[in-house]
Design a protein around this ligand. Structure first.
Ligand code: E4P
Length: 229
């Protein structure tokens, strides 16, 4: 199951890639403009931080299929290595995904709200299908069910697409889609950091260290071996 960072912030990406088992980075126009930097320069810097083996997801902005394909080709000429072109799952977007996947370009159908949008995207050859969990919930929809049904459609009908769920505002939302079989999640840095935050774990570590120090003082595991008790 893939774990992706949903951010274009270099400091966050650098820290998370160093500490966590991260498979890639997703961006979208809103995420990119927040960084107030030249678009291509920022993407090149992200590529440098994540290296050539992690996937970098970059979204097109055009609304017409031919223009989406042109933007996708421009991105592919400028950003190297493992690249996924994100395309919103509109009518023109599905046409573009069909054309891009026919020429071997990896795509993500994004901004998905219903199982049938997911079906069309998978059928059009999208590498990833991306339901927007928090945005679905804000519209009073059952996001977990949408993700579950897209997974079922893809698996029952043997499509090659993967469900990479996105748009998370809580750890519970990520937990729920992990359990129902999403193939991956793309998570904002502040939510990802919360995965490990538990008072009990921190308290346990404190006690381990205190008990050790009553026997060995400040000695580490390596140095303590030289002490006779
Ligand atoms: C990722 O691919 C999406 O663009 C992103 O998760 C949307 O998240 P938001 O609903 O928090 O903007």
């Amino acid at each position: 199951m893939q774990l992706i960072i949903d951010s274009a912030n270099l400091n966050d990406i650098r820290e998370l890639v160093e500490y966590y088992p991260i498979d890639g980075v997703t961006t979208n126009p809103s995420i990119i403009v927040k960084e107030k930097k030249n678009f291509l320069l920022l993407l090149e810097e992200i590529r440098e931080v994540i290296g050539c083996n992690r996937e970098l997801f970059i979204q097109t902005l055009a609304v017409n299929a031919e223009e989406i394909v042109k933007e996708a080709n421009y991105i592919r000429e400028n950003i190297l290595d493992k690249l996924v072109i994100k395309v919103p799952a509109t009518k023109e977007g599905i046409k573009a995904i069909k054309a891009l996947s026919e020429s071997g370009v990896r795509t993500m159908a994004t901004a998905i709200y219903t199982p049938l949008q997911g079906y069309l995207a998978a059928k059009a050859g999208a590498t990833y299908v991306t339901p927007y969990v928090n945005r679905i919930e804000n519209l009073d929809g059952n996001a977990v069910n949408v993700v579950k049904e897209i997974v079922e459609i893809i698996e029952k009908h043997h499509f090659n697409s993967k469900v990479l769920a996105a748009s998370f505002k809580s750890v519970q939302q990520v937990h729920d889609v992990c359990l129902i079989g999403a193939h991956g999640v793309t998570v904002p840095p502040d939510i990802l950091r919360l995965f490990l935050s538990h008072r009990a774990t921190e308290a346990n570590v404190k006690v381990f260290i205190e008990e050790w120090q009553t026997a060995y003082g400040e000695k580490s595991i390596i140095d303590a071996n030289k002490i006779k008790i």
